[in-house]
Design a protein around this ligand. Structure first.
Ligand code: PMP
Length: 303
């Protein structure tokens, strides 16, 4: 699918702009200090998937940096719908939207004192959702365990979905340099934590395992949904502390994220995981996930 600049719209503090004209002040503390939080959503049938859960996570992230959120969920919903309409991305073939909601500390003097920024900035970016080719799901991807360590939870807690993304960006850059689709990060104790833009899962003896939140990672909404889908389908999905050896000795591995759903990982650091092909459990979970999201917008939002 061709992503054209015409197919993007941005709402900055309630005003709609096209891609070229959407700007924010250099005195916004989101720009100056990376002070802000965000959510990445996507639509199915034109409806932002798991909207309520994204709002809840946005508010949790904001609370963790003492940032007031100036809109209600209903106001965010209207802003997303307006911006989707402006972008012409209201659902259907090639008309699904990627939606990024950002709330930053706002504009103020060069000071860390929150008193200088009384008005948070709210930005909603809508652009076409780019679907990974089906061949990627059929063949799987390679990942690299990167040298960048996931933020210690007592520095910038990875639970905060923060605009301050250097930790993840550096991990992703290393993955790109190593020709990998994703970079897997360890935590400060050397345990596996998560990937630069997604959560990590392995399958061992029929059990689906993912590092615990306590390891220091983002509580991914796709990750959260997999616990529910697993429970509904009789597949055991649970948290477990994972080390490199668990990954290399796994029967399967996969990653999860809003925009990519469930993607099998078939090689790590140039070593095959099991047979080096996508495994049955990952593919069954992907199928179950897709059945669930396409079972109708109401059902999807009630998950
Ligand atoms: N971890 C990180 C660091 C991420 O950036 C993302 C993408 N939002 C995820 C995990 C996956 O989260 P979700 O399933 O909510 O998209």
């Amino acid at each position: 699918m061709v992503v054209s600049a015409a197919n993007a719209a941005v709402n900055v503090n309630g005003q709609l702009f096209d891609r070229e004209h959407a700007v924010i002040s250099v005195f916004d503390h989101g720009f100056l200090y990376g002070e802000g939080v965000y959510e990445t959503l996507r639509t199915y049938n034109g409806r932002p998937f798991l909207f309520d859960r994204h709002m809840h996570r946005l508010r949790t992230s904001a609370r963790m940096i003492a940032l007031p959120i100036p809109l209600t969920d209903a106001e965010f919903s209207t802003r997303c719908a307006d911006t989707q309409r402006a972008a012409g991305l209201t659902g259907g073939e090639d008309r699904e939207a990627y939606i990024r909601i950002l709330v930053t500390r706002g504009i103020g003097a060069l000071s860390y004192d929150p008193a200088v920024t009384p008005h948070p900035s709210v930005v909603v970016i809508v652009k076409p959702h780019v679907q990974l080719p089906e061949s990627v799901y059929r063949s799987g991807v390679s990942a690299a365990i990167v040298s960048i360590v996931r933020n210690h939870p007592e520095t910038v807690n990875p639970r905060i979905k923060s605009n301050n993304l250097l930790n993840c960006a550096l991990a992703a850059q290393e993955a790109v340099r190593r020709d990998a689709f994703e970079g897997i990060m360890r935590n400060h104790r050397g345990e596996l934590a998560e990937c630069s833009t997604s959560n990590l899962f392995i399958v061992k003896n029929g059990q689906v395992l993912t590092p615990p939140l306590e390891a220091g990672l983002l509580p991914g909404l796709t990750r959260g949904l997999l616990f529910e889908i697993g429970a509904a389908r009789g597949i055991s999905v649970r948290e477990a502390t994972l080390l490199d050896a668990d990954l290399f000795g796994a029967d399967e591995a996969f990653l999860t994220s809003t925009t990519r759903e469930i993607v099998p990982i078939v090689r790590v650091d140039d070593r095959p995981i099991a047979s080096g092909a996508p495994g049955p459990v990952a593919l069954a979970l992907l199928e179950a996930f897709r059945e669930q999201v396409h079972s109708g917008p109401r059902a999807a939002n009630q998950l």
